[in-house]
Design a protein around this ligand. Structure first.
Ligand SMILES: NC(=O)c1ccc[n+]([C@@H]2O[C@H](COP(=O)([O-])OP(=O)(O)OC[C@H]3O[C@@H](n4cnc5c(N)ncnc54)[C@H](OP(=O)(O)O)[C@@H]3O)[C@@H](O)[C@H]2O)c1
Length: 426
């Protein structure tokens, strides 16, 4: 065991000078210069972080570093063998950044998709099929990330409930000790542009004992939820609230939510209900009762006839992160002038669109990935006001990420899985 590893053999005092001088140059000084207001909502430009070509290949080498931590490093596209639980250097803070001790990190499809390179246009199957095919195989998918090439090897983990343990030079140390959630979707050119980067897709995320993020992207949250419960929130609820917001869901609307037992789906049920709309849903048969318990009224089972079950032209908005073969039918149940909103396609990314359904019914199709400005601060306020309840299905130690992802892909659970990193002694 390396005596420098946090939480193992020695104590750690959370001051910037205690961090390794081995720089992790994912963020340029220009990028960091824009990030100087901790715990604030901003509408400013964020520069895209650029990798340092010389440091990328060996940036997890611990030989010359002062402090190490445990992390899951994803080494490239492929199966579970690409997930390596190992010691890596603790991130070195640069201007505008804070260091968080990760308390809990949710499990999301996106981490699996990114490892599989599922976002590549060469992949046309559902996530579960892609996962089965690729297990144990060597694959390289340069276009397999969300937008830019995935910066392998890197640390995934889109959800972070963490505690601020250090701040870059010049920052108010008063925020040290604050429990925060990280806004994983960061708008690189301000909220007037849709350009965005994601923690754990474009740079290192929370599958580690520590993660560094721009101070502007951490939000204090004051509530009695456990760390694991808060770890269910960022990706799923941010994504769901963004869709609800973009579709303009309001009191009295009838909203159909597919995949309603999953992370984004179950979040959407709660978020639509809190706006006073009526929810209908689709979920696996064994999970339908739990979906009802979150606020859905009429729940069809996955595979049921959607048009017969809900009726043609019966809903105002469809929130659909499943897509796949059912896509045509969910358009049929939309009323004239209805809105179809999506940020995922777990059931299959290639769908058949009957253009006549689209234009004859004056439908609006809304694609969503970049979170709009009010979304994350609103979410925090919903939690603090007790308007949401956490849907934590199960926790796993971080080192058991492979077990967690395997069980996650079985889709027998309701709500969210969360990984807990090993404790840190301070
Ligand atoms: N663009 C973004 O910013 C963004 C952010 C987050 C997530 N996403 C995407 O949104 C989708 C859902 O994410 P999530 O984290 O909520 O996933 P999840 O927790 O796995 O939930 C997805 C649900 O879809 C249902 N489903 C229906 N058909 C399925 C099929 N063929 N294979 C697997 N599940 C199926 C399952 O529920 P039943 O078994 O009950 O039917 C499952 O619970 C994923 O594609 C993810 O990549 C996108």
């Amino acid at each position: 065991m390396n005596p420098g590893a946090f939480g193992h053999e020695e104590s750690f005092i959370a001051r910037p000078e205690n961090f390794s001088s081995t720089a992790l140059k994912r963020f340029t000084p220009e990028w960091l210069a824009y990030n100087s207001h901790p715990l604030a909502i901003r509408n400013e430009k964020i520069m895209v972080p650029t990798g340092d070509a010389d440091s990328v290949s060996d940036r997890f080498d611990i030989r010359d570093c002062d402090r190490t931590m445990m992390a899951v490093v994803t080494t490239g596209n492929g199966g579970y063998d690409r997930l390596v639980y190992r010691q890596v250097p603790v991130p070195t803070l640069q201007r505008g950044e804070v260091l968080l001790q990760v308390l809990a990190a949710g499990v999301n499809n996106t981490e699996i998709n990114t490892r599989l390179g599922w976002y590549s246009s060469s992949v046309t199957t559902a996530t579960e099929d892609a996962a089965a095919i690729e297990e144990g195989e060597d694959i390289v998918r340069p276009d397999g990330g969300w937008s830019e090439a995935t910066p392998f090897p890197f640390i995934q983990g889109t959800d972070c409930c963490g505690r601020v343990v250090a701040v870059a030079d010049g920052f108010d140390e008063g925020i040290i000790g604050t429990r925060v959630l990280v806004r994983a979707c960061m708008r690189t050119e301000g909220f007037g542009s849709l350009e965005n980067i994601w923690m754990a897709s474009d740079f290192d995320g929370a599958f580690a004992q520590f993660v560094k993020v721009p101070a502007t992207e951490v939000f204090a949250v004051n509530c009695d939820w456990s760390d694991a419960e808060l770890g269910t929130i960022p990706c799923a609820y941010g994504t769901a609230e963004n869709m609800v917001h973009r579709a303009g869901v309001r009191e009295g609307d009838h909203v159909l939510i597919t995949g309603a037992s999953g992370g984004v789906g179950s979040a959407a049920v709660q978020l639509v209900k809190r706006r006073g709309a009526t929810v209908s849903a689709i979920s696996g048969k064994t999970k339908a009762e739990q979906v009802r318990s979150t606020g859905a009224g009429h729940v069809l089972h996955r595979g049921d006839n959607i048009v017969a079950g809900f009726g043609e032209k019966s809903v105002d908005v469809v929130i659909d992160n499943v897509a796949g073969p059912a896509f045509g039918d969910v358009l049929k149940v939309l009323k004239r002038g209805g809105k179809y909103v999506s940020s995922g396609a777990i059931g299959g990314p290639i769908v058949a669109l009957d253009m006549r359904t689209f234009y004859l019914k004056d439908l609006t199709l809304i694609g969503c990935t970049a979170w709009d400005e009010p979304v994350f601060p609103n979410l925090i306020s919903y939690i603090e006001r007790g308007e949401l309840r956490p849907l934590l299905a199960k926790t796993f130690p971080l080192k058991d990420i492979v077990f967690a992802q395997r069980e996650f892909l079985e889709k027998k659970h309701f709500g969210k899985f969360v990984l807990i990193p090993p404790p840190v002694r301070d």
